[in-house]
Each structure stands twice: as structure tokens, then as C-alpha cells.
Design a protein around this ligand. Sequence first.
Ligand code: PLP
Length: 361
Amino acid sequence: MARVFNFASGPAVLPESVLRQAQAEMLDWGGHGFSVLETSHRAAPFVVVMDETEALLRELLGVPANYRVLFMQGGGHQQFSMVPINLLGAKFHADYLLTGHWSLAAAAEARRFCSVNVVADTASSGATRVPRQVELALDAGAAYAYYCPNETIHGVEFDYVPDTGAVPLVADASSSFLSRPLEVARHGLVFACAQKNFGPAGLTAVIVRDDLIGHTSNRWPTLLDYKVYADARSLWNTPATFAVYIARLVLLWLKAQGGVAAIERLNIEKSALLYATIDGSGGFYMNRVAVPNRSRMNVPFSLRDDSLNDTFLAGAETVGLVQLKGHRSVGGMRASLYNAMPLAGVQALVAFMREFQRTHG
Ligand SMILES: *Cc1c(COP(=O)(O)O)cnc(C)c1O
């Protein structure tokens, strides 16, 4: 069985070299005679992995010194609760930009803890664009302002960082993390679950400004307090050790590719090729997202004739192009083009799309 081109939205494709190294080290990791799965998170070899993972993230993203990098479990969803629990302080409301499925989910969770001020809502009109800065009805008294830079399901990506003045800006960067440079200093907090672009499920990275840590009321569970992770260097309890180990290998791979700026150029090339194929199909394929807000990571597209969807997906699979089915809420197809998807994968996809149009158009 050969490796296929895997367009899954997450958990998603990982670099082949990373998988091979993990395979090679499964019985004997670094001469220890055991695998990383079989050792204490407090033992020296693993603590080194943890430290290096943080150092690599800091280096690749240029994280300023007054930000902490924390690793935890619970995925993106747990951050939907942890953000209000930790950042509300003495305030009772927060600003939310609603641009698609994931920002809507975050706002719904936040309503359990505070009142949500909807700053802009492009989700209710189909999530085909992001609001411009001038459209944002920001509240200077909000505890924080929240947005999702890349909506994984709708394929809508911000082409700018919202300016929220002195109000800390929070980003759910799960599906665009490390795909392009990130202006950390313009955010109070950025989080990303790993299973989209930098590792396996079970790990979430949180980059948070120093002064936003330590304002949690003690009625909340210990593990929902960023300060607990910050003080214990993310080793208060057992982290997802294998996920951290893989994430470190992915970050080393990314560094060897030339880092975030280099991978951004490749991501632009990959997504431009796919969008050009869609736009050049005379309406056979369609993507409804406003051009400046089209995601580089997740490209949803539909066929003019919906009844051909299953034929398209089955045909793609026979030539090794898999996991292209769109999210049930959007339908059609979705190609996720995360960092580990090579250009050759997108070239193979557009070749198949042209051939499919020739034979079914
Ligand atoms: C996948 C995803 C999530 C959900 O993450 P879980 O780890 O499944 O909780 C949240 N936000 C975005 C933008 C995502 O792509």
C-alpha cells in the first residue's frame, strides 16, 4: 500500500519523514532501549523534548519574551472555555467576531461565562467573507476580543489582524498556525490545537502574554487555569507526551523547510493553483468565498451538478486523492492543504479535476 495524498481537515497529513523517524524510534528511542511512550514525563529525556518543542515554536514564530508558551490537552474546544475563565477578570463581557463555524462555537461556549458582544457577523450570511476593520463594532470595555483567523470548515481566512486597541485580542489559530507568519505581539493570546498543522490530536499550544495569566477565580478546576501550566512549565500533570514528541519532529521538519516564511510561499503557490483551477472551470467547480478571504489551508468547493459528488470522490480515491469530502454543514468537497501537503499533491488534485471535468462536464 503506497502513501496517498491526504486532504483531511484534521487530524491531518504529517510529513512522511516525521512518521518514518517515529517508526524507527518506536522500539529504541535515542539508545534508551524504550520508546518515548514508555517513560515518565519528568524523566530527563522527555523534559528535553518539552523544552525543545517550546524553543522551536518560539524561534519559528518569533514569540516575544513577555509571552508564555503553554502546552495542554482538551483541544480547541477546551480553549473556548479557558479563554473566558482566564481573561474575564472582573469584567462581564467580551467581543466576538463571528465568521463561521468555529467562532460561533467559541461564542456559544463563552455565553456560559459572560455576555457576548457580537462585534461583526459574517457567519449568518453564509460565511463567505470576513468583516473589514471599519465594520467592527468594538467595545473598549470588553475583557477581550476574539476571532478565528482561519475558519476551517468554511474556508474563510482573515487577510489582516483586527486592531482592537488596548483590548487583548484572542485568536483561535488552530488551522492556520505555522502556515504563515503570526504577529504575536498584536495578540493577547493565540491558541492552536495541534492536529491541523503541527502534530497529532491531544495537544494544544497556547501563547499568552504574561499579564493575562493569573486572574482566574479559584472556583474553577485547577487544570483550567493558565497559571498552573505557566508555573509548572506545562508539566503540572502528565501531558500528551507522544503528541509533544511528534510536534517537536514536525517543528524540526518545518525549520528544515526554511521556516514559516518559506512554507507560506509554498502555501500561497499550492492554494493559488487550486483556486485558479476552480475559477478557470467555467462554473463546473465553484468556491463562493470572497477572493481576498479565501483560505490557503482549507479550500471548500462544490460541483455545479451536486449529484456527481460521490462519483468525484470515488474517482479521486482511485488515483490516491483521499479525504476530500466536504464538512456535512457545507457539503461538496474540501481540500485541506496544510504545511505537510506537498505541491505534488495539489498538482495531482488539479490534474484529476481537469480530467473529471473533461469526462463529466
Ligand atoms: C479543529 C478546530 C477546532 C476544534 O478543535 P478540537 O481539538 O476538536 O476541540 C477549533 N477551532 C478550529 C479553528 C479548528 O479548526
